[in-house]
Ligand binder design. Sequence first.
Ligand SMILES: Nc1nc2c(ncn2[C@@H]2O[C@H](COP(=O)(O)OP(=O)(O)OP(=O)(O)O)[C@@H](O)[C@H]2O)c(=O)[nH]1
Length: 408
Amino acid sequence: MSQPCVNIGMVGHVDHGKTTLVSALSGVWTDTHSEELKRGISIRLGYADTTFRKCPTCPEPQCYTVAKKCEHCGEKTEDMRTVSFVDSPGHETLMATMLSGAAIMDGAILVIAANEECPQPQTKEHLMALNIIGIENIVIVQNKIDLVPKEKVIEHYHQIKEFVKGTVAENAPVVPISAQQNINIDVLIDAMNEVIPTPVQKLDKPAHMLIARSFDINKPGKAIDKIAGGVIGGTLTAGSLHPGDELEIRPGRKVESENVIHWEPIFTTINMIAAGSDKVEEATPGGLLALGTGLDPSITKSDSLTGQVAGAPGTLPPTHDSFTMDLKLLERVVGVSDEESIGNIKSSEPLMLNVGTATTVGIVTSARENVAETKLKRPVCAEIGSMVAISRRVGSRWRLIGVGVIKA
Ligand SMILES: Nc1nc2c(ncn2[C@@H]2O[C@H](COP(=O)(O)OP(=O)(O)OP(=O)(O)O)[C@@H](O)[C@H]2O)c(=O)[nH]1
């Protein structure tokens, strides 16, 4: 059985140091795409898996390492726990990607740069998103402390505490670090271990996996480089998977016949499972997985299955091309400089909806004060009762305005 694993998200304003921190924590540079290198920002979700280890004999109180031998005394280290980091983009135009990443996070590290005023617009919007999605296990990182004098770090700490008052992160620890200079990373690992537990594994249920990435070639790790078929990456919310298991993927494939479009589930078989860079014989909830499948790579390339759900055939939630939601709207549109109040949702209004790892646009077909019916441009596979993050177009951007719950 694979080792229980926890998915920890990196969220925060653009350039505050999320990707640098993932590298400092894991010793692994996250998956970087050519477009990202060109633009200098994270565009898609990055994954990095690491096993934190501890030296059994070393007198250092916080002698964490990712190495199998202690750097101080050479002793063989003991595994503590495996963490998958989900590195989400901070740029305001990529909120949908951040939200789809949030769906697979068991907890989050909110990265705030100490050399900028707090809060920055996306810091606010991302914290609100964690609030809405219900991620309660949060550690706040005050990064780039190497760039500012100590008094400024203290002043900035008070800004953070003021900002998180009354939110889900009110009691979250604030850890001052420098991801680039490797300062206080041990203290952060301690805080992370304390605040973000490994989730309980729901093994007695049918296997359901939220797909966060899909590839035509190996990206997530070396263990799957011999796979011929398409690869899907994501996290299991329940159940277990093994090589050889049958898989159903929903909504599946778009089929057009006689001008009518419908979606057909895709069926395939698992060839190989990779958790981090290890090939495993069993995948369980928690942690990020890559499944090598019998699918033609053209079906999985360029994240084309992102947002879909994979699992044991016949057990997946229904596919919806429209749904009704109970609404809980925020008071103000966060992330804009002069925050405007949120009026009611109106008929014909387009909304961006994030359900699990899926992003779709829904046109409102009817709206009452706390309920809205939407027709979806792209169907989603989701349980009744699932949470939907709702964004509205404000100017040229989608802004988070609230949450909905899918009704029967
Ligand atoms: N001085 C200093 N620079 C840092 C630190 N952490 C990150 N940086 C720099 O800040 C810049 C942005 O870092 P990234 O890690 O790419 O930021 P990000 O939050 O992942 O950015 P997006 O994913 O695009 O939102 C890079 O030039 C880093 O080298 C730090 O602790 N100190």
